[in-house]
Design a protein around this ligand. Sequence first.
Ligand SMILES: Nc1nc2[nH]c(SCC(=O)O)nc2c(=O)[nH]1
Length: 277
Amino acid sequence: MLLSTSSKTLNLTSPQVMGILNLTPDSFSDGGRFVARDAALRHALQMVRDGAGIIDVGGESTRPGADEVGEQQELERVVPVIELLRAELDCWISVDTSKAVVMREAVSAGADLINDIRALREPGTLAVAAESGAAVCLMHMLGQPRTMQQAPGYSDVTVEVLAFLEERLSSCEQAGIARERICLDPGYGFGKSLEHNYELLGKLGRLHATGLPLLVGMSRKSMIGQLLQRDVTERLAGTLAAHLFALSQGAHIFRVHDVKDMSDAIRVWQQAAHYQG
Ligand SMILES: Nc1nc2[nH]c(SCC(=O)O)nc2c(=O)[nH]1
């Protein structure tokens, strides 16, 4: 299984860890720690040393209830950092954004993957993604971050998430984005109740129907915190368990804050899986 841009390819026969680099002062789990550019670079370098194959750079917090960030502010947060990372790192760089202009400038600055929680539904984003040549992650979200957790409802969450992703996939293909450039993400915590999230994790294998790589992101999220009644600094064990379950269901890319721990967990899991009958 591969994920490609117009000029390079990511080998997904081995699980890939995507390290989260939040450049937003209100990010719920490390808000404000990495706003300074040199701190951002140091953290990214450490995540690569710890096993990250992708660094995900985000300039807008999309935790439940978060307010939107303006275009100029998001550009000023992410573009200089992507330029800095590009100059120092060989790994893939993704930009976590839903804005067309941020996608365009981030890819020009060296981003390899457009990670869009709104699955290229915002104005101009399909065209920008298509002409950028970057890889794309299409994620399911019900509603918008400000209100998505108020009363999410589905008749069958897995069926509806799969249908949404297949619809976005066909929109991408019509826009000229080749399937080899696309990975899919069920969007844990984005318009889902606790039960919806765990049903979607338990049935994650259903999303292989698309034949595309799967990216999952559950790191320190409320689906861990609510179940365990743990605050955000106490969610590592739950985070690792959830992502190893996704690995057992064939997921390919794991978007986490704690890269070293996730890399260690994957190695131990793979060592045993190697001997599985
Ligand atoms: N593809 C993808 N991108 C994301 N960006 C965020 S921001 C909220 C947080 O990290 O809690 N979550 C995700 C996710 O689950 N998947």
